[in-house]
Design a protein around this ligand. Structure first.
Ligand SMILES: Cc1cc2nc3c(=O)[nH]c(=O)nc-3n(C[C@H](O)[C@H](O)[C@H](O)COP(=O)(O)O)c2cc1C
Length: 425
């Protein structure tokens, strides 16, 4: 029994998270082609709810159907009609069946919208994602009216989720999606109030926070997923992240989830991008090395008193316990292990020492991944291939209630591509 991980956490708004383990946001791809939640999503989240996590974060819920992160995202881009209201409510009921928190992650993909969804997405500036393969088009810079419309949509989406029975919301400002694009001087070259100084680059995020807070009221949890850094030369750096965290604290945010990286530099998954990663000025401890961002969280805790969730790389119970006991993390986010072991939180709290590292086994998958990994420009493809393996697990859990860890990355990729094709038809 882990006393540390089983402790409840009270958030600034007064809501209590029953324990310190959270299922991290993972895009499911299980909505209909029009973005409606499905029985498959309900099955998946019921399993996770029964798995003992104090909190479940949904995958990206998009505020614009033309800016999906992936076909099959749930989309709330306007006041929901009765069908959408009923589908959201059924999903929320299934996802809270064990008395846990269930928060909606609200997002807009911006320039990280794939060309199969939108060949010319909108973004802060016309700066294309720097990856080979033609997966992303050159974006068009948003007008200030369009920015105001996106901010409004974040509020509409949050209100709809609250009404449907979600117990909190999270604004996605990490991983190179739209709000993270605004924060980075590499993807935001604007000369107006939304570009230039950090204060200006953080404006879109802070406006979304204000719209969401005003939509849900003071007693409802509002969180932000924020990069500790983009780990790119001239990008959003750790000092910037500290300053933004202070502003978020003032803006009555209840929890910041610390992650890092973008599609170009996928540190969030513990993977190096094509460019060499930009080192950040943070002292690294050796004790909790497996967790990618815990040292950033420890350094951030010195500057802000807002609760922090830390996600990325946690696999050992003692490391999770240490992160919580040291005050570095108030909540531990767990992603990939939950794609197969849906009751990982329950097992950890009952004393399980270590979670499986499926990503490591896949990285050594004969021929293809090791071959791709050896050639730098193809590493991005390998990362996407591994992601598809996890997507296939979520699809199988949602469809049949059981994961398929034996599937190869090749078959998983074929399967996910076929599903996407169906959704786009
Ligand atoms: C299949 C998959 C889907 C993901 N989708 C999202 C998402 O929708 N939103 C998000 O913020 N992060 C997403 N992530 C990142 C995870 O939330 C998490 O930051 C990452 O997996 C690292 O945690 P882990 O080492 O415990 O897996 C995704 C990761 C995976 C593997």
């Amino acid at each position: 029994m882990s006393d540390v991980l089983s402790q409840p956490l009270t958030l600034p708004c007064g809501v209590v998270v029953p324990n310190r383990l959270s299922k991290a946001a993972m895009t499911e791809g299980l909505a209909t082609s029009s973005g409606l939640p499905t029985p498959e999503l309900e099955r998946l989240y019921k399993l996770w709810s029964e798995g003992g996590a104090g909190m479940l974060l949904s995958g990206n819920i998009q505020v614009d159907a033309d800016h999906l992160e992936r076909p099959g995202n749930v989309v709330i881009d306007k006041e929901p009609d009765d069908t959408m209201k009923a589908a959201l409510a059924s999903w929320a009921t299934a996802a809270t069946s064990n008395g846990n928190q269930f928060w909606a992650q609200i997002s807009h993909a911006g320039r990280q919208t794939q060309t199969n969804v939108n060949k010319q997405p909108k973004a802060p500036s016309a700066v294309k994602v720097g990856l080979p393969g033609g997966q992303f088009g050159k974006p068009i810079a948003l007008t200030t009216e369009e920015i105001a419309d996106i901010v409004r949509r974040f509020g509409v989406c949050a209100a709809a989720c609250k009404e449907a029975g979600f117990t909190g919301v999270q604004i996605h400002a990490a991983h190179g999606y739209l709000l993270s694009q605004f924060l980075s001087p590499r993807s935001n070259l604007r000369g107006d109030n939304y570009g230039g100084s950090l204060e200006n680059r953080a404006r879109a995020l802070l406006e979304c926070v204000a719209a969401v807070r005003s939509a849900v009221g003071p007693d409802f949890p509002v969180a932000v997923k924020l990069n500790s850094a983009d780990f790119q030369k001239g990008g959003f750096a750790f000092e910037d992240s500290l300053q933004v965290a202070k502003w978020l604290e003032h803006a009555s945010v209840d929890l910041i989830e610390i992650s890092g990286g973008t599609y170009e530099q996928p540190k969030l998954l513990g993977v190096e991008g094509l460019e060499e990663a930009e080192e950040q000025n943070v002292q690294h401890s050796t004790k909790m090395r497996e967790a990618y961002f815990v040292d950033f969280a420890i350094a951030m805790q010195e500057k802000v008193s807002i609760p922090l969730m830390v996600t990325g790389g946690f696999r050992h119970r003692d490391v999770m316990e240490q992160a919580v006991s040291s005050g570095g993390a108030d909540l531990i986010g767990i992603g990939r292990p939950m794609c197969v072991m849906t009751d990982a939180p329950k097992q950890l709290m009952n004393g399980l020492d270590e979670l499986p590292r499926y990503e490591r086994e896949l990285a050594f998958f004969p021929t293809w991944l090791s071959f791709l990994n050896a050639i730098k420009p193809l590493r991005a493809m390998a990362t996407f291939g591994v992601q598809f393996w996890f997507y296939a697990q979520l699809d199988e859990l949602g469809t049949n209630g059981q994961a398929v860890p034996e599937i190869s990355p090749f078959s998983a990729t074929r399967r996910v591509m076929a599903l996407q094709k169906k959704l786009l038809a």
